[in-house]
Design a protein around this ligand. Structure first.
Ligand SMILES: Cc1cc2nc3c(=O)[nH]c(=O)nc-3n(C[C@H](O)[C@H](O)[C@H](O)COP(=O)(O)OP(=O)(O)OC[C@H]3O[C@@H](n4cnc5c(N)ncnc54)[C@H](O)[C@@H]3O)c2cc1C
Length: 401
């Protein structure tokens, strides 16, 4: 039997390791196709932008760990998937499969607001390594010539937490340098209230974040849609305009073109519709995990806010998909469970840990706690995750991020 996995990040790597844990080399050939040879610990991108972590510190080459697990690594870009023929086409040849796992993450839908960037417009972003590196360079120049700043998310965004993280980190940095008085900060978000995060809020997150924003003198604007970003301003759809010398706005996401443009595979946004086992709703031998998966929003909001797919959730999806492929092949019992989310939000001088179980309300558990210990935990977790992943093991999903 041959399994092909597309994507070499959290979803792809976890799928490979979880499958190999369950199915030996004789039972299953595994091929992982990745556009990038390096695994990057994306949750640390805000630290790359702030200059506190380097790319080498947060990434590793996939070759050795995958070879060690007898997983073939193909360094290529998938151009199309033919689910009817069980075939994946790449820029370096084609691969047929018995089972396919799609873990291709996102494309930033920058076309949704004029000026979203950094490669399509003057706005900055931290959704990928090249974007975080660009933001880091731009931030260096900004700090030499400070002025007003706008941080936040565009309408339809789903990955919202990193905008809060970046804002708290920059606030902390500016205070440390005694420059905060030179930088008025406006935070703009489509969320109906602070701390909604696309999941309807978590415990006391709203009150907590409102308090933090007030204490730190950061003006915030909720239920906001953006009309455009220029070199010197951010304009809202209601006509309000904020002067801005540095605008970091996270975009709404879409599925990557190889998936979006493959007939019958994805919804109109390019995400893959799946069942409770992360199996494609139409093609029984196709699975998806992570940001590539289609989920509806948790609630209707005045300005659209989409459901986030965190790294922690991605790992749970990949483990369920690997378990289901194994159960299908071996005839065991199929097993799924609702996703939970646990993450640590860096706030510069401290961090907040949020846990929502299940992610979709109503919940059994919804907690938020904050303190310096969570900042330390976030730093330790990154190092532990990379250490583990390099050695071919996944970190238990019972651990929060
Ligand atoms: C700044 C930031 C901070 C975050 N912080 C946290 C956090 O603290 N906690 C948390 O749980 N989550 C966090 N997340 C979310 C987390 O990073 C994502 O959930 C996770 O990266 C999703 O993994 P994935 O494998 O689905 O997709 P991705 O990580 O996007 O990876 C997709 C992979 O597919 C490859 N690929 C795409 N298209 C093709 C193609 N056509 N051919 C071949 N390969 C292809 C890409 O090169 C990439 O390797 C954060 C996200 C960002 C942007």
């Amino acid at each position: 039997m041959r399994v092909v996995i597309v994507g070499g990040s959290f979803g792809g790597l976890t799928s490979a390791y979880e499958l190999r844990k369950r199915l030996g080399r004789r039972d299953c050939e595994i091929t992982l196709i990745a556009r990038d040879r390096r695994f990057v610990f994306i949750p640390s991108l805000p630290w790359v932008t702030m200059g506190t972590r380097t790319v080498d510190q947060i990434s590793f080459d996939l070759g050795e760990p995958l070879a060690h697990k007898d997983v073939e690594l193909v360094h290529a870009e998938v151009t199309r998937i033919e689910p009817e023929n069980s075939r994946v086409l790449t820029d370096a040849g084609e691969h047929s499969y018995d089972y396919l796992v799609i873990a291709t993450g996102h494309r930033s839908a920058n076309e949704s607001v004029t000026g979203l960037g950094p490669f399509d417009g003057p706005g900055h972003s931290i959704m990928s390594l090249p974007e975080a590196e660009e933001a880091s360079r731009a931030l260096g120049a900004f700090l030499n010539n400070p002025g007003p700043m706008v941080i936040g998310c565009a309408q339809g965004a789903s990955c919202i937490g990193p905008a809060y993280e970046f804002m708290f980190e920059i606030d902390h940095l500016l205070r440390k340098r005694k420059m905060r008085h030179q930088v008025p900060i406006n935070f703009v978000t489509p969320e109906p209230f602070l701390g909604h995060l696309g999941i309807g809020g978590v415990g006391k997150a709203r009150q907590f974040l409102e308090g933090e924003f007030e204490e730190r003198d950061i003006r915030y604007h909720t239920s906001v849609a953006l009309a455009g970003i220029t070199e010197s301003s951010v304009e809202l759809a209601n006509g309000t305009e904020f002067e801005s010398r540095f605008s970091l706005i996270l975009p709404p996401l879409a599925g990557v073109s190889a998936v979006a443009e493959s007939t019958g595979l994805a919804n109109p946004k390019g995400f893959v519709p799946v069942d409770d086992y992360y199996r494609h709703q139409q093609f029984d031998n196709v699975y998806a995990a992570g940001v590539a998966v289609a989920f509806p929003p948790v609630d209707e909001t005045p300005v659209p806010v989409n459901f986030p797919k965190t790294g922690h959730m991605t790992e749970q999806m990949a483990a369920i998909a690997a378990g289901d492929i194994t159960a299908t092949v071996r005839g065991g019992e199929r097993c799924s469970r609702p996703l939970m989310a646990e993450c640590i939000l860096d706030m510069g001088d401290k961090a907040a840990r949020l846990k929502a179980d299940p992610v979709r309300p109503p919940r059994n558990t919804a907690v938020l706690s904050d303190g310096k210990r969570w900042l330390l935990a976030k730093k330790v977790f990154e190092r532990y995750y990379l250490w583990s992943a390099k050695r071919g093991s996944t970190v238990s999903t019972a651990w929060g991020w």
